[in-house]
Design a protein around this ligand. Structure first.
Ligand code: BGC
Length: 858
């Protein structure tokens, strides 16, 4: 007999990534074996194992008999149990040499001293309290009910034990609360924690405030269409100021998941399909929320979510699995999270999805190796809602104890709503399956954030509470809404004119559609704190215009968002026939995207497309406004409707912004942050795809394939490209690009490899406003790397700038391309640059054609 294969199995959840279980294969030839799973406890150490008997072994060693065989089985069991339990807990792998603490404030030694001193005074129960988070569903409503009659979500989903958050706060057994807003509410809980709690540790109130608290700006996907990070930063600052007056000092935002598949409803919460744009937006939110100083009473801590790669959910189906190479993970999905951490985000939310087989909430590769070790993240990680419990559904934890242990040891500090950390950890600590030091470290991370926020000094809501949209904030949110609108089409009419902008004589306009006068839809799904009366609808704004310009407005709803009744068609068609122009406000309800809002179809819901077709048959010129939380399939509309504008969900000032752009007070400048497909079957469709070995170059994909044009990467029934691609958007003037050049034609690899090099090559273009009115262009710079050891995308965005030009004016635009822009990640996770050829395009969308090239030489 010999041990022929001793395999180390690295358990993913081990903080030190050390081997902790051993598998022995006993070479017993064809000897049948009997195995029995057993568990037990010796001296307080729990163990699990497999006892096996070898029949032949027993036969050969007849003298010792079964006792000897069983004895060998026991040795192996002890070894396994011992390996598991004697493992000393060490802190997370130390941050790598070049990783500076992500938040200077959290790393402050003064904070550290306060944390240590407080920690020493805490009982186990108080420590665990800091690691759990609940809502206040039970606050002031009958047991077991919420105000809308739903079962009380304050109940633990498994045990159905009702959480009395007030009682927990008063006894130091809760550290943070979710979606509790309003000064009265937050202060009530805070008083319990601070005045009654033994150690007076304040609560931290977190909330899903994604695009404004009371004054609402466009959904994040719409904001991404602005390509204006400075604006996003100002909006984030504004919303932090509003919400902090209601006691909220923690936003579960920014949501920075890259989404290349609009079937995934959460596309609306993020910045779309591109990681460069996504990273720019992520930074902007964090800087705005935190204002450079977390301890200011009008700052909130950002929570970057959902770590990681949640947006790659297979088939766009919510909560679904993601699976990808390291290279893709690091190249496409991680950059926005990294950018947010580098900008100082002190908290991260672990995602629901599994990545490469390991649920994010138990994924030590993500939470330790990447986040803490590589990026130097020194803040706290909160699980997503019941995500720790869901480890059981994922099938990687057999019970609550295993789920708790895996999540905590993987690096999740705070349990949102699973009710596991407070119930399971005491026994896990007693049995030494979770080292006390791991719990202490998690508590430290929570306390650090609370100290950095200044909560111990100012635990209560500060300033005059903002209870409705703030008039002074309206110009900013209106500007955001204006910049978010993307003009997709503005075709020449038969008389040589274009419908937009609506200048000239007073008009009789028919405004039709279920989204024309719905305040509630304008403010999106994550709007629970805003109030409908604050919202300006398209109808409100066009009515006001009509009064101002002497025109008139006829309004007909036409249909509901998602019904098939045509009762409203007659009135809508009548209105259209009486008018000289029709504005149609169609699209999705905001509830059709966002969490759990995945769709298998990307068309306009219900019978809206039929309404559109019938209104179009009146022959009236039509402007189509598309409200949505994602790209939709607009193929029929693109062929038949002269003017189309994507307007997302624009927020409180929706109507004013849309009217101002329609009437040309301001020219549209938005660009698509996600490609609009021709058909849902193209998804996931994104501009920066790989070329494949059979790219369809020089083939007209609008024609069915012939033998010569069939065996290439294509569909037989649809072109490959987007109907409206990433980066695309028109305005009321035209821009011409010329003289795209690069500062050098060759760069030695040794120079390019210097990791910190920010300016290896500078690319330049001349941009001219060739139309007759001023407008803002988003100038975009794309790069392709040919000849690398890994296949690279056909082009990728590596820079953008907003540029305002007067008619006839021309300016040079520069893009510095350094190591971050020219490198790529290999499958070992290294960021590398190789001696290859680069093409650089500068233009107005991902279709830019003006280009230059250079080499990185060996
Ligand atoms: C969502 C998160 C959100 C959390 C708290 C979860 O269901 O996935 O994005 O922050 O709930 O409301």
């Amino acid at each position: 007999m010999k041990f022929n294969d001793l395999t180390e199995s690295r358990e993913k959840h081990n903080p030190n990534a050390r081997p902790r279980t051993f598998q022995f294969q006993l070479d017993v030839g064809h000897d049948p074996r009997v195995t029995v799973d057993i568990t037990g406890e010796i001296g307080g150490i729990a163990w699990k194992g497999i006892m096996f008997y070898s029949v032949r072994f027993t036969t050969h060693f007849r003298a010792a008999g079964k006792c000897l065989a069983a004895g060998i089985g026991l040795i192996i069991l002890e070894l396994t149990a011992g390996a598991q339990n004697s493992l000393p807990y060490a802190k997370w792998a130390p941050a790598q040499k070049d990783a500076v603490p992500s938040s200077g404030q959290l790393a402050d030694p003064a904070i550290e001293r306060r944390v240590e001193s407080l920690l020493k005074q805490m009982t186990l129960q108080e420590k665990l309290g800091q690691l759990v988070q609940y809502g206040d569903a039970g606050y002031g409503v009958p047991e077991g009910k919420t105000p809308n009659g739903m079962p009380d979500p304050g109940k633990n989903p498994v045990s159905q034990v009702r959480i009395d958050a007030m009682q927990l706060a008063a006894t130091g057994r809760i550290g943070s609360m979710l979606n509790v807003v309003g000064a009265q509410r937050t202060n009530a809980f805070q008083r319990a924690a601070v005045e009654k709690g033994r150690l007076h540790i304040p609560l931290l109130f977190g909330a899903d405030i994604l695009h404004g608290y009371r004054t609402i700006f466009p959904i994040p996907l719409g904001l991404a269409a602005t390509f204006d990070p400075d604006l996003v930063k100002s909006l984030a600052r504004m919303s932090a100021g509003e919400a902090s007056t209601a006691g909220v000092r923690w936003f579960y935002s920014p949501m920075v998941d890259i989404s290349r598949d609009p079937r995934w409803g959460r596309s609306q919460e993020g910045a779309g399909e591109d990681s460069y744009l996504g990273a720019a937006m992520a930074r902007a939110y964090v800087r705005g929320y935190q204002g450079g100083d977390l301890s200011r009473s009008d700052s909130v801590a950002a929570c970057v979510k959902h770590f990681a790669a949640y947006g790659a959910a297979e088939a766009g189906r919510e909560y679904n699995t993601t699976d990808m190479s390291q290279s893709r993970l690091r190249q496409v999905y991680l950059p926005p999270y990294k950018a947010a951490i580098e900008a100082g985000a002190p908290t991260v939310m672990s995602a629901f999805n599994a990545l490469n087989g390991v649920p994010s909430t138990a994924n030590s590769f993500l939470l330790q190796d990447v986040l803490r070790s590589e990026w130097g993240f020194d803040g706290l990680v909160v699980s997503d809602y019941t995500a720790i419990k869901e480890l059981q559904n994922h099938g990687i934890a057999l019970d609550a104890a295993a789920a708790t242990r895996k999540a905590l040891l993987a690096g999740v500090d705070v349990d949102m709503m699973s009710h596991y950390y407070d119930t399971e950890l005491p026994q896990l600590i007693r049995s030494k399956q979770v080292p006390m030091e791991a719990v202490n470290d998690a508590v430290r991370r929570v306390l650090r954030v609370k100290f950095a926020l200044g909560l111990f000094e100012q635990p209560y809501a500060q300033g005059n509470e903002v209870t409705r949209a703030v008039p002074d904030h309206q110009p900013l949110v209106r500007k955001a809404a204006e910049e978010s609108l993307v003009l997709l089409q503005n075709k020449l009419l038969d008389d040589g004119s274009r419908i937009l902008p609506l200048t000239g004589k007073p008009r009789k306009i028919a405004l039709i559609g279920p989204l024309a006068d719905s305040a509630n839809e304008m403010i999106g799904l994550y709007d629970s704190n805003s109030r409908d009366p604050d919202v300006v609808t398209v109808k409100d704004a066009l009515e006001a215009r009509a009064k101002l310009t002497g025109g008139s407005l006829l309004y007909a709803k036409g249909t509901e968002i998602a019904t098939f009744s045509e009762d409203g068609f007659v009135a809508a068609l009548q209105a259209a026939k009486q008018a000289d122009l029709v504005v149609l406000a169609l699209g999705e309800s905001c509830e059709m995207s966002g969490e759990a809002g995945s769709r298998a179809n990307l068309d306009m819901p219900g019978n809206q497309e039929k309404l559109l077709e019938e209104v179009a048959s009146t022959g009236r010129p039509i402007v189509l406004l598309i409200f949505s939380g994602r790209p939709l399939v607009l193929t029929w509309a693109a062929q038949h409707i002269p003017a189309i504008m994507a307007v997302w969900f624009p927020g409180t000032e929706a109507g004013s912004a849309i009217a101002r752009v329609l009437y040309g007070d301001i020219a549209p400048s938005g660009k698509l942050p996600m490609s609009f497909p021709r058909a849902v079957g193209q998804e996931p469709l994104y501009y920066n795809q790989f070329p494949t070995g059979r790219p369809p170059a020089h083939v007209d994909l609008t024609q069915p394939p012939t033998f010569d044009s069939r065996f290439i990467s294509r569909y037989i029934d649809e072109p490959n490209d987007a109907l409206f691609p990433f980066g695309y958007g028109l305005t009321y003037t035209t821009f011409a690009y010329s003289n795209v050049t690069v500062s050098r034609s060759a760069v030695p690899i040794t120079e390019a490899r210097r990791g910190g090099a920010r300016k290896i090559v500078t690319a330049t273009a001349a941009v001219k406003n060739t139309g007759d009115r001023p407008a803002t262009e988003v100038v975009q710079c794309y790069v392709r790397n040919l000849g690398a050891s890994l296949e690279q995308s056909v082009r990728s965005l590596e820079g953008f700038k907003r540029l305002t030009l007067e008619p006839g004016e021309s300016k040079l635009v520069f893009f510095d391309l350094g190591f971050p822009e020219l490198s790529f990640y290999d499958n070992a996770g290294r960021q590398v640059i190789e001696p290859t050829n680069y093409t650089v395009w500068i233009g107005s969308s991902s279709l830019a054609s003006e280009h230059a090239s250079f080499d990185i030489t060996p």
